[in-house]
Design a protein around this ligand. Sequence first.
Ligand code: EPS
Length: 350
Amino acid sequence: MEKFRFLTSGESHGKCLTAIIEGLPAGVIIDTDFINSELKRRQQGYGRGDRMKIESDTVEITSGVRFGKSLGSPVCLVIKNKDFENWQKIMSVAPEDYTDEKSFSVFRPGHADYPGAVKYGQKDLRNILERSSARKTAIEVAVGAVAQLFLKQLGITGSSEVTQIGSACCPEKFHEEIDMNKEKGDTVGGKFIVIYKNVPVGLGSHVHWDRGIDGRLAQAIMSIPAVKVVEIGTNPLGLCGSEYHDEFDIIDDKVCRKTNHAGGIEGGMTNGEDVIISGVMKPIPTMLKPLDSVDINTKQKAQAHYERSDVCAVESCAVVAQARTACILANEILLKYGADNMEELTQRFS
Ligand code: EPS
C-alpha cells in the first residue's frame, strides 16, 4: 500500500480546487508561504494566457495542521478559483440553473475533448474541458509543496527549469520563439528538467516491475497534461556503453561516480546521485489558428473550438513536474523508513 496519497477535485471554472493528503507524518513544518511561492511560480512564465491575470492562487489549509505543524491526520488544501465569480451560473450544480451558454461541440485536436466525450457520453464538450484543463495542476503544486516541505526536513531539495522552447535551446531565444508563435495564432511546447539533491540510496526496488522508482516517476510526469516524453538522466539513444554508464570512484572513503548519465537511478532504485528527470510538453491544443475538426452534434466538418488559452506553459509544467516528483520521493521514503512522526523518521533516516 502506498504511504503518501492524495486525491484532488475541482473544475477549471468551478468554485475551488481541493486536495486531501493522507499519510503525511506528524511534525512536518508547514510553511504556507513556501506553498504559496510554488503556486506563484506555476502561475508565472512567459506565454501564459489572461486567466493568470485573474487568479492569484493561494492555499487555504482546512485540516491536518495545527500551529504550523502537521498532525498526522489528513491534510486538506483548498485553492479558490477567483474566475468562478464570472462562471457561477454556467458552473452551477443546481438543475434549475441549466444554460447552454459556453457550451461547445467542436473537438480540439490534441485535447481530451473527443475521447472524453465518447467515454463519458457527453454532447457538451465543456463537461470534459472543465476537468481536463491544466487548471487542476494548481492544487497538485500545493500538494507537491507539502511533499517538498517534508523532504526539506530530511535535507532533500528540488529545483526545475526550462531547457528548450520549440526549436530554441538557449534561454535568450525562448521569448522570441513564444512571440513568433503567438503572432501566428499558434502554440509552442518545449522541454524541462527536474533535479532532486541528497536523495538516499535504495528508494524503489528491482524486485517487481511495479516497484521501480523510474517507472513511478515516469507515470507521474507523463500524466501532467500535454507531456509526451519523459527521460531519466541522459537520453542514451546513440551512445555506447562506455560513453553512457557512470564509472565508480572512491573519494575520502566514499563510493561516488565520475558522471551521472543514469539520472540517479539504476535497476529501479535511487543510487545516491542527483535524481534527474526531463519531460517534453507538446504545444497546447487550444489554438487561435483553427484546425480541421468535426462537430459532435451535427457530425459535420467544422473548425476547432477556441477559447482563452496559453501560447506556452512549459515554465509552469516544470513547476508541476517538480511537485509530482516530490510526491513520489515522499512516498518512497515513507515506504522505506516508515514512521508516523518526523522525530522517528529523522532518526531512521540518519
Ligand atoms: C490554466 C487555466 C486555464 C488555461 C489553461 C491552464 O484557464 P482558462 O481556461 O480559464 O483560460 O489557461 O488550461 C489549458 C491550457 C487547457 O487546455 O485547458 C491554469 O491554471 O494553469
